[in-house]
Design a protein around this ligand. Structure first.
Ligand code: ADP
Ligand code: MG
Length: 474
């Protein structure tokens, strides 16, 4: 029979079932014991988690109780004195093996602290099935002014996802610049954060080696302080930069690296300086052929170079795939100070067509047979661009505008860190080297040869043979 609330006159529904919390009588000592065990367990965890702080502290405390202040004093003082001595005697190795690894740990700790918000705001966190998955910061390596972060991407991400937000990452981590490159495995990406600029000092001319190694010509310094070595074999080199960006220093650095081969007869430099000989004239005696005013002479020389390349190709076909320089068959390096002067500014139609045809063929056919071109370009205009793709190695110095970077260095290169438009006027000779097929631009400062350096180079390594200047025997 139903129950009725007599006051309200409503029917009372019976509860579906009765719940009564059971209670257990626990003695106070047990509660205290449990809490103590839990507290101790947490302490052990913290102790283990921060072992690199807690273990040394334990050791020092033990020494204190065992030997008084002498214990920890000696334990800290002797290694500190040793490190100090190491730093004074050989700072380079101390920096490499002690200072940078310590700094790496500290920086990793700092990056980890802001990692989550940084990834989320940069749009690199992936939400999936109600979970948020973050890229994992695997490793931080400090060297010179750069932090190199190795990051494991979330499944489905590619390095370009990081490249697109590199500017955001730069500011988030308070760096000057962030460069993105693929890691050693397909799931890794490497972020190179530049914190200071190791390239602010002018780079002195590098030592000249006897016979140059054409696969590794020393021409400047990288950000980590190592020497940048340019591979000349099998490539053509385009150097682009605004006026005063330091194109001259790239050319002279390469000439200097080749100088040992010039006097040995293994290398012939053919130099074109269409702006009247202002840039290359100072080292005229290094050049087997030199042209600065006569465009017809330049066209003749380009055709001669092309013929040489084709003869060599016919001779080498079937024997080898890479020409080896010798005194009878030297490496020919054609240096052109302003490419646009030959391909765009010449008014004489016929001459211009001859030059363009010869240059185009030379760029494609010369690479494997030891006929190389180093072309400088100030203004990446339309007429010159078709040639751009024929240069597998491109060097971008300071450029005036952002769009020019991808135009001359290749699509996506600015995103990958070749910020040529951000190089300040105060850093002439700083640039990015981009190699065909290598997604990572290298930031380099080229060595600077002043007039005296060039003069003494020309004295020591002058071309030993009959020279041709503007079509005349000199
Ligand atoms: N690698 C360098 N290091 C230091 N200073 C440089 C370097 N390259 C160029 N400079 C300075 O910049 C000036 C312009 O360089 P230059 O090579 O003539 O530029 P560009 O040929 O690109 O117009 C030089 O006179 C020199 O003072
Ligand atoms: Mg110049």
């Amino acid at each position: 029979m139903p129950l009725i609330n007599v006051i309200r006159g409503e029917r009372i529904e019976p509860a579906p079932f009765n719940v009564r919390t059971p209670y257990l009588k626990v003695p106070l000592w047990l509660v205290l014991l449990l809490w103590t065990v839990r507290g101790v367990w947490r302490l052990v965890l913290v102790y283990l988690r921060f072992w690199y702080v807690t273990v040394p502290l334990t050791g020092l405390t033990y020494l204190y109780f065992r030997f008084g202040w002498w214990g920890p004093g000696l334990a800290l003082g002797v290694p500190a004195a040793g490190l100090g001595l190491w730093a004074v005697v050989d700072w380079r190795s101390c920096r490499r093996w002690a200072w940078w690894p310590t700094l790496s740990r500290w920086r990793r700790f700092r990056y980890r602290r802001t990692w989550k918000p940084a990834m989320v705001t940069a749009g690199l966190a992936v939400s999936f099935d109600g979970n948020t998955i973050l890229p994992v910061l695997k490793k931080v390596r400090v060297s010179g002014g750069t932090d190199v972060l190795t990051v494991r991407m979330v499944t489905g991400q590619i390095p370009d996802d990081f490249a697109k937000v590199s500017e955001r990452l730069t500011h988030t981590f308070a760096a000057l610049n962030c460069r993105v490159s693929p890691g050693s495995r397909p799931d890794l990406v490497v972020l190179t954060m530049r914190r200071g600029d190791p390239l602010t000092a002018v780079v002195e001319p590098l030592p000249v080696t006897g016979v140059p190694d054409f696969t590794a010509l020393p021409i400047g310094l990288r950000e980590d302080g190592s020497v940048y070595e340019l591979r000349l074999y099998g490539t053509q080199i385009l150097v682009v930069g605004a006026t005063g960006a330091g194109k001259g220093s790239v050319v002279w650095s390469i000439v200097r690296a080749l100088a040992g081969g010039i006097s040995a007869g293994l290398v012939q430099l053919w130099a074109f300086d269409p702006k009247g000989g202002m840039e290359l004239g100072a080292g005229e005696r290094l050049f087997a052929k030199f042209a600065c005013t006569d465009f017809k002479a330049m066209a003749d020389l380009l055709e001669l170079a092309l013929k040489t390349a084709q003869d060599r190709a016919a001779r080498l076909r079937g024997h080898t795939r890479q020409h080896v320089a010798s005194v009878t068959d030297p490496l020919i390096v054609i240096v052109i100070d302003e490419l646009a002067a030959l391909t765009a500014y010449i008014t004489e139609r016929q001459l211009k067509d001859r030059i363009k045809a010869a240059l185009g063929l030379l760029l494609t056919q010369g690479r494997a047979v030891g006929v190389h071109v180093i072309g400088c370009l100030q203004d990446p205009r339309k007429e010159v661009l078709p040639f751009r793709n024929l240069f597998p190695t491109r060097i971008g110095l300071r450029l005036a505008e952002e769009p020019e970077v991808d135009l001359v260095l290749g699509d996506g290169m600015r995103d990958r860190g070749a910020l040529c438009d951000r190089i300040p006027m105060s850093l002439p000779g700083v640039g990015f080297v981009v190699l065909d097929g290598d997604p990572t631009p290298a930031r380099v400062r080229f060595s600077y040869l002043d007039d005296d350096d060039i003069a003494s180079l020309a004295d020591t390594y002058a071309f030993d043979g009959a020279r041709v200047v503007d079509g005349e025997w000199a």
